[in-house]
Design a protein around this ligand. Sequence first.
Ligand code: GLU
Length: 417
Amino acid sequence: MVELSTDLSPYEAVQYFFHDVADQLGIDDQTRAVLNGTYREIRVQLPVRRDDGGLETYYGYRVQHNGARGPYKGGVRFHPTADLDEVRALASLMTWKTALVDVPFGGAKGGVQVDPSTLSRAEHERLTRRYMSQVSYIIGKKRDIMAPDMNTNAQTMAWMMDAWGRAHGHEPAIVTGKPVPLGGSKGREAATGRGTVMVLDEAAKQHDWTPEDLTVAIQGYGNVGSWTARLAAERGYRVLAVSDVDGAIHAPDGISTDMLDKHVKEAGTVAGFEGAEDIEGDALLELDVDVLIPAALGEVINHTNADEIRARMIIEAANNPVTPVADRILTDSGVIVIPDILANAGGVTVSYFEWTQNIQEFQWSEEEVNEQLSRYMRTAYRKVRERAEDLETTMRRAAFAIGISEVAEVARLRGYV
Ligand code: GLU
């Protein structure tokens, strides 16, 4: 059991959500121990030669949480906060996410504890290759499949595929989110944001809201945030504010994402965009908008600011952006929270399509990818909505209940519990 408190670590927070739902499902303690614990955790030392000749030592992690439903699956992030606890939390979220959207994988996550802005491109490449080499013996297309996450992208995946292939032979299916010419899937880069907007569409339909009447603020303008902004604006939603690590912008009449993309290309940040006013980064979360989409770091909505949130709905495009205490405050005040394991599942869903295409040595068209993504996301949304209505509970509890029940059933069938 994990008691509700304001200082839960990321892994404790996910455990809190797990036990909260396991109580409702009546899952016994022995089964909980298997489902909640992690299967394998690796920490590797990563000495990297700097361009100036010096040697810097970093640490990397790979946590495999649960493999009952298939090979372990999950991204790798490069971030100063990526310690064992955070990687465990994110690995367990992958287990419930893959089960919820019904892709045939277990859950895993990797992390390298580093601020990538301090690395040159060559140093970044050496660190990536070193990380993959050190954990490569647990990676495989039927064992554990990596993917991008925070501060990693298609180029990082290409280096990983190459590093693994040098030791074990060419095998694109060991990593997803690759560049398209190297076996990546069309539509993978936009997939997480596209999935988030599909979830937004379903939520709007459920509550009888029309896109043109809905105002949206998005925290983060990396891969997930920028695609969410672009595709939401394309669908007619009024994107009023976005932010990144260097600043935030707000335009009461809406932001032109085309113009913003041009600005970001030149300036490297959303800050200073002519078509909007610069605001404080934290102020974005408290804007008077209908929908707030955190699409960057974890734990950004917590006990210090949950009371200040004015949005009617939060869609968790980031992993773990709302702490358990904040979740309780928001739920009590009637804010609808669409949980990460549903809202950002578009990424791993198209990763599954990429893996399938690699195994078949065949490429799907972008239309096919987006159509199938829509089918998976809308089915998952409908299941969560129905479960929430049946149990008269929140979308988070309903989503966890589906994920946990699926994994528990498969674990039982395989004889793990
Ligand atoms: N890192 C993404 C996530 O958190 C994608 C994982 C994947 O594609 O395997 O869901």
